[in-house]
Ligand binder design. Structure first.
Ligand code: NDP
Length: 327
């Protein structure tokens, strides 16, 4: 038996609870892992609270991230004792995830834990941080250089936004952040932002084109915010869109794309090919100051994950949340 969060949906409704789970119930997979830590991402918040249709099968163990040690493996690349991490691939949505003491998965989904990180540091980064890195890599592929001008990052008091600010600042970019939480201005500046603008400056319907300001942007919000960012991005600039914290819609015009040659680059971490994941984790080991992870992350127990998911959805959690599944 092992302990985990189980999400159920039946006549009694949608609910998440800590349960004792029989190992025989673990799903199919060629690697069994003793999980040490998982995390709470926005998607885990949606899954645990039921506020979004993230869970596709019931019962489900949530947790789109995990780190731990291989217990059993029939996969050629992994043997018992290996330290591994996992982000995405539908884990915590269609396949049992990381918010439990054990997981069984496809070895092809795993990434060896980079030597640069402790298990806790890897989860302080988690899917949010790895997605922030994918966004930065997209800006670089576009040819963005620090001398091109200011880079905007939205939702900076959250997970993706916080890591994106820290990465860009360390790489020498001038980062302007947005946040709906003025009380977190010092925290966001501590991550490396030069200035923090109010979230409300971006959330109302705007004009098809505005004054050109951003050389590039990383957006976790979507909706009017993303439309307004595209409208104020400089000629030949790029916007990496990875989130929907403000809405799934995109009430924009084509003006920035056809008159300013702006690129709107979508970012998906879930099905991202293995080679790019490994590159992203190598880049995180190189370009993220590990000391910043202490500022960015807080650690909670498995039991605290359920009430914390409600707080995350209410926008009351800052940065990243690591879950010690054995506490
Ligand atoms: P967090 O909850 O940690 O951060 C989201 C931040 O967005 C909040 O902290 C807040 O920042 C801001 N925000 C929240 N609600 C609103 C709103 N209504 N309008 C405008 N801003 C808002 O989540 P994550 O960082 O984990 O994820 C951010 C987004 O990115 C989510 O939508 C998530 O689904 C998506 N995502 C996508 C991935 C992909 O593969 N494409 C992978 C990972 C995440 P502040 O208070 O500073 O304004």
């Amino acid at each position: 038996m092992f302990k985990g969060i189980l999400i159920s949906k039946d006549e009694a409704g949608y609910r998440a609870a800590i349960e004792e789970i029989n190992e025989a119930q673990l799903p199919e997979g060629d690697v069994t892992i003793r999980v040490s830590h998982s995390t709470l991402n926005y998607k885990d918040g949606l899954a645990i609270t039921g506020k979004g249709p993230v869970v596709r099968r019931f019962p489900m163990v949530p947790g789109i991230d995990l780190v731990g040690e291989v217990e059993e493996s029939s996969h050629a690349d992994y043997k018992p004792g290996d330290k591994v991490l996992l982000n995405g691939w539908g884990v915590g949505e269609t396949h049992w995830g990381g918010l439990a003491q054990k997981a069984r998965l496809k070895g092809d989904w795993l990434v060896p834990l980079p030597a640069a990180f402790t298990p806790q540091q890897a989860m302080a980064i988690g899917t949010a941080g790895y997605t922030a890195m994918l966004c930065v890599m997209a800006l670089e592929r576009h040819g963005l250089r620090p001398q091109d001008g200011e880079v905007l990052v939205t939702g900076a008091a959250g997970g993706v936004g916080g890591v994106a600010v820290a990465l860009l600042a360390k790489l020498g970019f001038t980062v302007i952040a947005t946040s709906g939480r003025p009380e977190e201005t010092n925290y966001i500046k501590g991550l490396g932002a030069t200035d923090v603008l109010p979230r409300a400056d971006f959330t109302s319907p705007g004009k098809p084109l505005g004054k050109e300001r951003w050389a590039a942007a990383i957006d976790v919000v979507g909706s009017h915010t993303l439309a307004n960012i595209c409208a104020t991005t400089k000629y030949r600039g790029i916007v990496a869109a990875c989130g929907l914290a403000g809405g799934m819609d995109l009430p924009a015009s084509v003006a920035p794309f056809i008159l300013r040659n702006v690129t709107l680059q979508g970012i998906d971490s879930v099905m991202c090919p293995r080679a790019e994941r490994i590159e992203a984790w190598q880049r995180l080991a190189r370009d993220l100051d590990p000391a910043i992870l202490t500022t960015l992350a807080t650690e909670i127990s498995l039991a605290e994950a359920i009430p914390s998911a409600e707080k995350l959805m209410a926008g009351q959690l800052r940065g990243r949340v690591i879950v010690d599944v054995n506490r």
